[in-house]
Design a protein around this ligand. Structure first.
Ligand code: BGC
Length: 733
């Protein structure tokens, strides 16, 4: 109205009328479409249906598309199939509204990058952004317009298999990675032919599942929600993420897919999110199983009213909303708003002008050599050196006999990890192949599986031992299968499955210097290995180029610089164990029984958050603060010098933590507030400067207001969440 009034005023005065902005133009088109849509067609836009596992569509869905009763598909992919369905939508349906095609492209479409937890171990947001942009280019070429990523759930419990899909336990690292991935997937404009619409998931609190059991209840204070679980979502929204997926979990009594506080008050109200909220798979129907909704109609009403625009797979909106509107239980305005949001992203994607994928482009883009090269680099940057006693690593390329042992040594499929898009096992460079390629024909590379991941015979172990005895070095590749992490893959034990530890012990007992390579999607409890085996590399599920990347690190062509994005416990009994815990009234004290600790276990982790070694050594010094006192609305800078005092070029990740010493609400022992990965040549020095401002120093007070309180802050700058240089400053009123 206001715009209209202004325009007519301008026309009357003869001042040239500014052309409608593209955004206004879109809103006008949406309004025009909405006016033509029947109630059934509106509900169709809010429906996402599932294709078949192989990426094709179900024939019985064709008729629904023709009648305009579907807004989107998931899992249907490949330019040809997508085009077949799209053609029906844009040529045969009454209003010719194009379909969205969504798919879980978490760490690559065809060229598979390391799993997201591994990528987070790189502490390198530029590399992570590049990986996401390559995933986007491949996915879009294959007709996928929407990825159900990034997964930005904070996870403090490694029993939860989905920890592999995110960036670990820390809200700051998680927010940086969320931003990088959204930018990588969407670019500046997700209508581009090499970008996709992103979806931050699972909103919210899903990672706090009790007992680490997937789909389980979560119950937390609003403060924990705001300070730990929400920040990566907020970062994704600020980076312009187009869509959000509402989670499966019960969140403090109100399931996340029916929660008006998180979906409307926070997401729409506080953060001004104008994109689409999509439910997780049948999450709306599951509101009945939660015991929130008595029937399907009530489930639909709860979800739509709370702010879930689109329903994945279950079909309660289309079934029940007409009656709910008739009975006055839902307003047409609520429905129209949801439809408007879905249409808006279709316009923003450019689908009305360019609905089809290009099959020739698809062939040209998938698995391009430069994509593989980027995946190799990303995988190498994600590897974490956990131990390197006596500088056993890097190995010499002139080694004559090497034994490569273990159930994952010659494996291709598992290295893709869970949610591996359209990745193919046959594209994967196995670790054995990567090592063989690196060493060339002059070396003898012996191989035995030694055991299966979950099973084995003593004869197999004996054969592996026989080979290890002949070798100068034994590399033992152990870990989990891809299916052991990801969705519905919670574990009660985090030990190496099966008899793999027995295999490691037997190889180690030969006296041949032994390197353990871990292939896994979560922290594992490996105290025996950490104590006895001289060299350990955490390689995660490293993707298509795993073998080459791992060989690059093993033989020193790449100096490892990754850091753990999550704490490694000594035993499951320590869980939850995370670095940014509260202090308690009785912090652990070994000389006082009545302090917070265990009778039968250490309180410290096996490997702390932020930890990781290099083949080089670094020294951090000259910690300087720009100011000793600031006011609550001011900032200060913190800088340090970092020097490579080793003999190889390498990377260090310098980390800045703060501790608010005393506040009106208790604060954690430490909180990560900045980090930088830097590459230095031997003897080279660099200076790193961080800025600390109100957004880093504030917290939610007793009234849930975000404030910076006066008082002392301690800061720590180091190479992990333990130790480091210390200083302090004061916030004064
Ligand atoms: C998962 C989501 C995923 C969806 C579609 C669900 O089971 O929780 O993360 O995006 O399936 O595949």
């Amino acid at each position: 109205m206001w715009m209209f009034g202004l325009m007519s005023a301008l026309l009357l005065t003869g001042i040239p009328v500014p052309p409608a902005s593209p955004a206004d133009e879109i809103e006008r088109k949406i309004a025009a479409l909405l006016r033509q849509m029947t109630l059934e067609e509106k509900l169709g836009q809010l429906q996402m249906l599932d294709g078949d596992v192989d990426g094709s569509y179900r024939p019985d869905h064709l008729d629904l598309v023709r009648r305009g009763l579907v807004g989107a598909f998931l899992n249907v992919r490949g330019a040809r199939r997508v085009n077949e369905l799209q053609r029906i939508a844009v040529e045969e349906s009454r209003l010719k509204i194009p379909l969205l095609f969504g798919f879980d492209v978490l760490h690559g479409y065809r060229t598979i990058f390391p799993v997201p937890l591994a990528e987070a171990s790189s502490w390198d947001p530029e590399a992570v952004q590049r990986a996401a942009s390559i995933a986007a280019a491949e996915a879009r070429a294959a007709g996928v317009t929407w990825t159900f990523a990034p997964m930005v759930d904070i996870a403090r419990d490694p029993r939860w298999g989905r920890i592999v899909e995110g960036s670990g336990e820390d809200p700051h690292l998680g927010s940086v990675m969320a931003r990088a991935r959204v930018r990588g997937f969407q670019g500046h404009d997700y209508s581009a032919s090499d970008r996709v619409l992103a979806c931050a998931k699972h909103f919210v609190g899903y990672g706090a599942a009790e007992g680490g059991r997937d789909y389980n209840t979560t119950d937390m204070s609003e403060r924990t929600l705001r300070e730990i679980y929400l920040p990566p979502f907020k970062a994704a929204v600020e980076a312009g993420v187009g869509t959000i997926m509402s989670a499966f979990n019960d969140l403090s009594g109100i399931p996340a897919s029916a929660n008006p506080f998180t979906l409307t008050t926070i997401l729409r109200g506080e953060w001004k999110f104008d994109g689409v909220v999509l439910s997780d798979y049948t999450a709306i129907e599951e509101l009945m199983a939660h015991g929130l909704a008595a029937d399907g109609a009530e489930a639909a009403r709860y979800a739509l009213d709370a702010g879930v625009d689109m329903e994945m797979v279950s079909r309660l909106y289309s079934r029940h909303v007409p009656q709910l509107i008739k009975e006055g239980k839902l307003s047409m305005a609520t429905l129209d708003e949801a439809v408007r949001r879905v249409l808006r992203i279709k316009f923003r994607l450019g689908l009305f002008e360019r609905p089809y994928a290009d099959e020739a482009r698809e062939r040209a883009v998938l698995l391009r050599p430069e994509h593989r090269a980027a995946a190799r680099e990303m995988a190498a940057r994600s590897i974490v050196l956990l131990k390197n006693e006596g500088h056993l690593l890097p190995l010499s390329k002139t080694v004559r006999t090497l034994a490569v042992i273990g159930p994952l040594a010659d494996d291709q499929r598992n290295l893709l990890g869970p949610w591996s898009g359209d990745g193919r096992a046959e594209d994967v460079v196995a670790i054995l192949s990567g090592i063989t390629a690196k060493l060339g024909p002059t070396a003898r590379v012996l191989h035995a599986r030694g055991c299966e991941i979950t099973d084995c015979s003593s004869r197999e172990i004996a054969e592996a031992v026989r080979l290890a005895r002949q070798a100068e070095v034994a590399i033992v590749v152990v870990g989990e299968s891809a299916e052991m992490s990801g969705e519905a893959a919670s574990r009660a034990s985090l030990d190496l499955p099966g008899r793999q530890l027995e295999l490691v012990k037997a190889i180690h007992a030969t006296g041949t210097p032994t390197v353990v390579l871990l292939v896994n999607g979560r922290p594992l409890t490996i105290p025996w290995i950490a104590e006895h085996v001289p060299a350990i590399l955490e390689t995660w599920f490293a993707g298509t180029e795993a073998g080459h990347a791992i060989a690059d690190v093993l033989f020193g062509d790449v100096n490892p610089g990754g850091k753990l994005p999550v704490t490694f416990p000594r035993s499951v009994g320590q869980i939850p164990i995370y670095y940014n815990h509260k202090r308690t009234g009785r912090p652990p004290n070994p000389t006082n029984k009545y302090t917070s600790k265990y009778l039968d276990e250490e309180v410290t982790p096996l490997f702390p958050f932020g930890y990781g070694l290099s083949y080089s050594q670094f020294q951090i010094s000259h910690l300087q603060l720009s100011r000793q006192r600031i006011r609550p609305d001011e900032s200060l800078t913190v800088s340090v010098e970092v020097e490579n005092i080793g003999s190889r070029t390498g990377d260090e990740v310098v980390q800045l933590y703060i501790c608010d010493v005393a506040a009106s609400v208790t604060r954690p022992v430490r909180e990560l507030k900045g980090f930088r990965r830097i590459t230095l040549r031997p003897g080279e020095k660099g200076r790193i400067t961080f800025t600390l401002g109100p957004e880093h120093l504030g917290f939610y007070d007793r009234q849930m207001q975000f404030i910076v309180e006066p008082g002392e802050f301690r800061i720590f700058v180091g190479t992990s969440s333990v130790g480091g240089l210390e200083a302090s400053f004061e916030v004064v009123q």
